[in-house]
Design a protein around this ligand. Structure first.
Ligand SMILES: *Cc1c(COP(=O)(O)O)cnc(C)c1O
Length: 467
């Protein structure tokens, strides 16, 4: 499989280079040149397979031509063996037409593990073949950081640096990052918002000399391989509920638009997907966009669901590329306008295409608390605040009579304060993390300043050469 950039001027690459590169050199994001098609017949044959078997089958076309192609099934099997549920991403029925898809059974209790546990292993395998090392730099609004550090810790060929907004993650999220005692893993608290962290990372990547000297790479959701891994659970859920003979809708708590874009990708591959609900908290730039066709940036406000406290949803650019019929110059123009003016607008015709598939919805903090409380009272299920935003959207906007799967993106014990406020119950951490509050913390603090970040990475990264 070859991949092209959403901005049209970077060279096309194979899977291995897309994995290691992250952001394209023209500032765009990589996408496969075509969507592999999965027929109804193939879908029926995949029913009843294990998660790892299904994952291998769904992802194999994307890694065709990779140096790890022949090891891929083993790498995938290793990855999902670290999850503590046999189904990996189990479904729970809440109502006649409503299911929760639990994505938090990996090592750091959030859906990011599903993709990042695979990414860590893929990086390691490809780098070992190439006899190279890399430096991973990423920004996190909370859950990506711990999942990325956990996926890359102690791997021979990687150093990893994770920037997070100081004071804006939950205590559990922070501790999950700062208690990882591995010499190659660095958690950095930045004085600023998540968007500031993300801008710093983008600016560092834009410094080509530095990027080449340290072999910079990304594992945030702009990395194509993360989207690829997330496509799988949409197939798994839909197959379990009767696809291809039944259309399934999904409600997706959304920040950077990576997760819901993976649902769209599954649809492009032939999975019969009904409506896709894009659920936001008070940072509702996407909800406003889906209503009015204008993407207009606002200030980031802290909420009960910090992993969705985002205004610029990077992965939306991938959808724009498809909407423009693969016109990289037009996407680049829109992105430049957005940087400059903080706004862009899509034509009515393009918006008609968008709302055929997507609907946006916004739940503020009080509504999130009510959703957690009501769901607990009605079903006994305890939701984390992100999952509650998704479920609130599902209840409001699901197509009548069609099955809807709402994504449970984090374990409630990652956000115990909100959960306790809503239900009176303080959720406890699962066994694998039960000593989290006793582990020593280790982190660095940096100002929101590119030079400070550059110096820090220079002082701590081991560079490119295998020793
Ligand atoms: C990352 C995250 C999100 C947002 O997902 P995107 O792919 O960035 O849209 C939502 N909920 C939780 C718990 C997360 O960790």
């Amino acid at each position: 499989m070859r991949y092209r950039s959403t901005r049209g001027t970077a060279p096309t690459l194979g899977f291995d280079d897309v994995l290691l590169t992250g952001l394209a050199r023209d500032g765009g994001l990589y996408l496969p040149e075509s969507w592999p098609q999965v027929s109804a017949e193939t879908l029926r044959a995949l029913r009843g397979k294990s998660y790892a078997e299904l994952a291998t089958a769904v992802m194999q076309p994307f890694v065709a031509g990779s140096v790890i192609e022949r090891d891929f099934a083993r790498i995938v099997a290793d990855t999902y063996a670290t999850f503590d549920h046999a189904a990996v991403t189990p479904l729970k029925q809440l109502d006649a037409d409503l299911w929760l898809l639990e994505l938090f059974h990996g090592p750091t209790l959030a859906f990011k593990d599903v993709a990042l546990q695979l990414l860590g292993r893929l990086f390691d395998a490809v780098l070992a073949r190439r006899q190279r090392r890399l430096t991973i730099v990423g920004a996190t609004s909370g859950d990506t950081g711990s999942a990325a550090l956990e996926a890359c810790r102690d791997r021979d060929n990687l150093d990893i640096f994770v920037l997070f907004p100081k004071g804006r993650t939950s205590e559990v999220q922070r501790r999950q990052m700062t208690t990882i005692a591995a010499p190659n893993a660095h958690a950095i608290a930045v004085e600023g918002s998540f968007d500031d962290c993300q801008d710093l990372v983008k600016a560092l990547f834009a410094d080509e000399a530095f990027r080449d000297e340290f072999g910079l790479s990304a594992v945030n959701s702009i990395n194509w391989a993360r989207i690829m891994a997330q496509i799988v659970y949409y197939f798994a859920a839909a197959l379990a509920l009767g696809a291809p003979d039944r259309r399934i809708g999904f409600s997706v708590p959304t920040g950077n638009f990576g997760n819901v874009y993976a649902a769209y990708a599954a649809r492009q591959m032939g999975l019969p997907v009904a409506r896709l609900l894009v659920a936001s908290n008070r940072n509702d730039i996407l909800a406003r966009f889906f209503e009015g066709g204008e993407m207009r940036i606002g200030a980031v406000e802290p909420s009960l669901s910090p992993s969705m406290d985002i205004q610029v949803s990077s992965n939306f650019e991938r959808l724009l590329f498809d909407l423009t019929g693969g016109n990289g110059a037009e996407v680049a123009g829109l992105m430049t306008a957005f940087r400059r003016d903080g706004t862009y607008r899509l034509t009515a015709q393009r918006m008609a295409q968008v709302v055929e598939i997507f609907r946006g919805f916004r739940l503020d903090d009080p509504a999130t608390i009510s959703e957690i409380r009501n769901t607990h009272a009605a079903t006994g299920e305890i939701l984390d605040p992100h999952s509650a935003v998704g479920l609130g959207a599902a209840r409001a906007l699901a197509e009548p009579g069609s099955a809807t799967v709402s994504l449970a993106c984090a374990h409630p014990a990652k956000f115990p304060d909100a959960v306790e406020q809503a239900t009176g119950v303080r959720p406890s951490l699962p066994d694998r993390l039960s000593d989290l509050y006793d582990r020593p913390e280790r982190m660095s603090e940096l100002p929101n300043d590119l030079n400070a970040l550059r110096d820090y990475v220079r002082a701590h990264a081991k560079g490119l050469t295998v020793v």
